[in-house]
Design a protein around this ligand. Structure first.
Ligand code: KG4
Ligand code: ZN
Length: 351
């Protein structure tokens, strides 16, 4: 039998993503981003994101169909991010997916955004090159470290459809958010991650020893591998303030490099500890922060030393996109999973 042709819609944050897959084969991954509109506010504004999704939805669906070379009638199933994410933004994608599924009379699957990030690693297709590892050969179980502007989560994935366990998440700022806040502190533009990365390349990562925040107070951490980045951010702020108060110049490159080193250290120490503790010899990275050059470099070194297989999907599939949602949808179809029906709601706090 031919594998199912699935269209996936992602609108949990600022990216309107529409992807089309046939089983594990990527056919289209159309994206529209409203980031330019948020930049001047220094953060994603939910109202603006939702309105931008509304405007971008139909053109992005049309572009995905054209890129995949298929017509809407050929789609076998529709998948959509049901949560977690920004409520208004999610609602636009969920409404569009419901309308589409009803219009073409096909099953609709609501999927979890975070698990979608893992589903990205199943895909292979023309011109698709992984950042690390080989394309489309996700093996399970795996530990997955998902790091973006909206989330910092560590998952144990035994089965994409039925067995995903949350091992840890941030109790305050997401990793990308920490990059964005420290960038602002250093006078760099938003979103700050790429700018910190660029500036840090000229700095000394050992110049300042910022706290790692590896151990959290027991009453704050809910999971064994929870993260916290607000202490690190505050410590960078204090350090910079002191320099300024003393009338000294702020060594921006050294601060950026030292901060980046601390974030990378915390993320990988916990992720690889989970691999070790749970006996899982595989680590998958996902999310926009994977664009960080130092994170990928240190991950490769430490995974190798620990005997852990590191997998990093192509960067176009690491940032939020519709193809990863379609990929997970295709897994649900293949597993004979029941569709979600039409009366589910977007769930901004979906676990
Ligand atoms: O996954 P993504 O594109 O969007 C969502 O957060 O939903 O991730 C964006 C985040 C931003 O916080 C951005 O600053 C961060 O990823 N980022 C980086 C880098 N490139 C993007 N952080 C560190 N280093 C980078 N090179
Ligand atoms: Zn994401």
């Amino acid at each position: 039998a031919r594998e199912p042709l699935v269209l996936g819609i992602e609108t949990s944050c600022d990216e309107t993503g529409v992807g089309i897959v046939r089983g594990r084969t990527l056919l289209a991954n159309a994206i529209a981003s409203s980031m330019d509109e948020h930049a001047r506010f220094g953060g994603v504004i939910p109202e603006i994101a939702a309105r931008a999704h509304l405007e971008a939805m139909n053109p992005t669906i049309a572009r995905a169909l054209a890129d995949a070379g298929v017509t809407i009638d050929e789609i076998d199933a529709v998948a959509v991010t049901g949560g977690p994410g920004l409520a208004g933004a999610l609602m636009v994608g969920v409404s569009a997916a419901k309308a589409l599924a009803v219009a073409i009379d096909r099953p609709l699957y609501a999927v979890n955004h975070l698990v979608g990030h893992v589903g990205a690693d199943l895909l292979h297709g023309e011109g698709l090159r992984p950042a690390v590892g080989s394309v489309g050969e996700l093996e399970l179980p795996t530990i997955a470290l998902l790091v973006s502007g909206g989330h910092t989560s560590l998952l144990l994935v035994r089965d994409l459809v039925s067995d995903v366990e949350l091992l840890g998440e941030t109790i305050d700022d997401a990793a990308g958010e920490a990059f964005d806040k420290v960038a602002r502190l250093l006078g760099l533009p938003y979103p700050g991650g790429p700018h910190i990365d660029r500036v840090a390349a000229e700095g000394d990562p050992a110049a300042i020893r910022f706290p790692r925040g590896l151990t959290l107070p027991k009453d704050m951490a809910k999971h064994r591998y929870d993260f916290s980045f607000s202490g690190l951010k505050t410590s960078v702020a204090r350090w910079v303030e002191k320099r300024i108060a003393a009338g000294e110049e702020v060594p921006v490159a050294d601060v950026a490099a030292s901060f980046r080193e601390a974030v990378v250290d915390v993320l990988l120490t916990k992720a690889l500890a989970a691999c070790q503790d749970l006996g899982v010899p595989r680590l998958l990275l996902g999310g926009g922060v994977v664009a960080n050059a130092r994170l990928r470099e240190v991950a490769a070194e430490r995974a190798k030393a620990a005997g852990v297989e590191l997998r990093v999907p192509p960067l176009s599939l690491c940032t939020d996109n519709g193809a990863m949602i379609a990929s997970l949808g295709a897994q649900l179809v293949a597993a004979g999973h029941a569709p979600s029906g039409i009366d589910f709601g977007a769930d901004s706090t979906l676990p």
